[in-house]
Design a protein around this ligand. Structure first.
Ligand SMILES: [Zn+2]
Length: 508
């Protein structure tokens, strides 16, 4: 007697369909799992055995062979319990359930209950993409899995509920419309940030062209407030983006009934003591790190000079490639990580270097060593450097209202639309991603502009990389001003956002 049940397995955020083939043979009773199963699946034997008996079924007194197919792919996770148990019961009862379009996911308790699993959303998405649209899974995961368009989700609390469905007693699928789920706190707004119009403009450019930004300023100048509001001026996420981001959160175990889908652009703010694996992902059963959790959103690194050299060095590759490669036994996998990097720093250890109203107590060499960790390579990858001063009294008590997030987003959208149109048919979305021929064509400079850039290049001893980044930033400024050409004014503004290069060079 042979049975076949469908489930799925993950690698990164993508999955493969796995067929669970169960055969019952005469001979000494035993339980064998073949097909490259990891340690958890082997541990599952005990759980499956107890769950079957405690659910009131008879456990077959035969040699049980379970083959997870295709054999070559790695299979991880505890969600194989339910499909394997279903396979055994299906083979034992000798009934051939019509399970071609039915998929199973779930971990079992010894008493037969079906428990919450990690990664239900990407697993369900994988099944659904492969035509397996009816999915039996833990009730606690129903909400997130139901976010997959086209999926029919059947939540179960126990093994026997799953068996009933398998035998043809199919209930109505779960409907996510039945209950409204809670939305997060009302979003913040740039209108809350008094003054700082210069920094707010830099934030708009950052959002418009997906340029990284570094804010330098004394404590209490509002750097964190400025960073936290960046997602409010980014365009709303598309369904595909929401699904991608939610897959990452599902694998990290961060989705639940109250938040089954990530609908707002992420904002992640890891502490400077963060470990390499918490930042970039990894572990025995690889989990996405902060970098991936910020996918399609904002990664905020407050007090960036305090992060370890290891972390800062490891930032370069994912920033360029927009994904993270996790190596482990048996191969490599990728987690996506397309982020806008927002970094903030005090200007020195005491925080008051360059502040006209405070005395900086640091020595020259202390100031130099404070910023030196950021040095060329990471600063080179951040297009916008902006100084954020202490708020002025008139800004705190004044009547004048600053730009709101809504007004800022309008301008961002203008620039984004121009970029989408200009780069249609290419894999480029933003000016910050430009390179090669397309960069040359899109960032054309006239004679006057070339003369200006030559002067800047020579008098500020810009690096080649910085020079190119400046022009791309000027392209974003021009887009935001709805100008087809890059003008000297745009270049001059872009140059003003490279202040850190000179500061760093002087101190060296
Ligand atoms: Zn100082």
């Amino acid at each position: 007697m042979l049975s076949e049940i469908r489930t799925a397995s993950l690698s990164g955020i993508d999955g493969d369909v796995v067929r669970v083939e169960t055969d019952l043979k005469r001979g000494i009773p035993g339980f064998n799992v073949v097909g490259l199963a990891d340690a958890t699946i082997k541990e599952a034997k005990e759980r499956i055995h107890s769950a079957i008996i405690n659910s009131g079924y008879e456990y077959p007194q035969k040699k049980v062979i379970v083959n997870l197919s295709p054999a070559g792919t790695r299979k991880e996770g505890s969600h194989f319990d339910l499909p394997i148990a279903a396979g055994i019961l299906s083979a034992a009862s000798g009934t051939d359930p019509k399970t071609e379009d039915l998929g199973f996911l779930g971990e079992l308790s010894l008493d037969g209950r079906v428990n919450h699993i990690k990664g239900a959303l990407p697993l369900a998405a994988c099944l659904c993409e492969n035509g397996i649209r009816k999915i039996i899974l833990p009730a606690a995961n129903a909400r997130e899995a139901s976010m997959v368009q086209g999926a029919k989700v059947y939540p179960v609390g126990t093994l026997s509920e799953a068996v009933k469905i398998m035998k043809g007693n199919v209930p109505l699928p779960y409907s996510s419309r039945e209950t409204a789920y809670e939305r997060g706190a009302p979003p913040v707004d740039y209108a809350d940030v008094a003054g700082q119009e210069n920094a707010k403009r830099a934030m708009m450019l950052c959002a418009a062209g997906a340029h990284g930004i570094l804010m330098t300023g004394p404590p209490g100048s509002g750097k964190t407030m400025l960073a936290r509001r960046l997602p409010t001026i980014l365009p709303p996420m598309t369904y595909e983006e929401k699904l991608q981001v939610s897959k990452i959160y599902s694998i990290a175990g961060l989705l639940d009934e109250k938040r089954p889908l990530i609908e707002e652009r992420p904002f992640r703010s890891p502490h400077h003591n963060v470990t390499v694996s918490a930042m970039f992902g990894g572990g025995f059963r690889p989990k996405p790190g902060e970098f991936s959790l910020a996918h399609y959103g904002v990664l905020f690194m407050d007090e960036i000079p305090q992060f370890s050299i290891k972390i800062l060095d490891a930032m370069r590759q994912p920033l360029e490639e927009e994904k993270i490669c996790v190596t482990r036994r048996g191969g490599t996998l990728f987690f996506p990580g397309k982020v806008i990097l927002v970094a903030a720093s005090n200007p020195c250890k005491c925080g008051y270097a360059g502040d006209p109203d405070h005395v900086c107590t640091c020595t020259g060499s202390e100031i130099a060593s404070y910023m030196s960790k950021l040095s060329g390579p990471i600063l080179d990858r951040i297009d916008i450097h902006v100084t954020v001063g202490r708020m002025k009294y008139k800004d705190i008590e004044g009547e004048q209202k600053g730009m709101t997030s809504w007004e800022m987003r309008e301008k961002v959208m203008i620039a984004r639309k121009r970029q989408l149109y200009r780069y249609r048919g290419t894999k480029i979305f933003f000016n910050s991603q430009l390179s090669g021929k397309l960069e040359k064509k899109s960032c054309f400079l006239g004679e006057k502009e070339k003369t200006f850039m030559q002067k800047a290049y020579e008098s500020f001893a810009l690096s080649m990389r910085t020079y190119k980044r400046m022009i791309k930033l000027a392209r974003t400024i021009a887009d935001m001003e709805e100008s087809a050409d890059i003008t000297v004014d745009h270049l001059a503004e872009a140059l003003q956002y490279r202040g850190m290069d000179q500061l760093y060079r002087r101190e060296k």
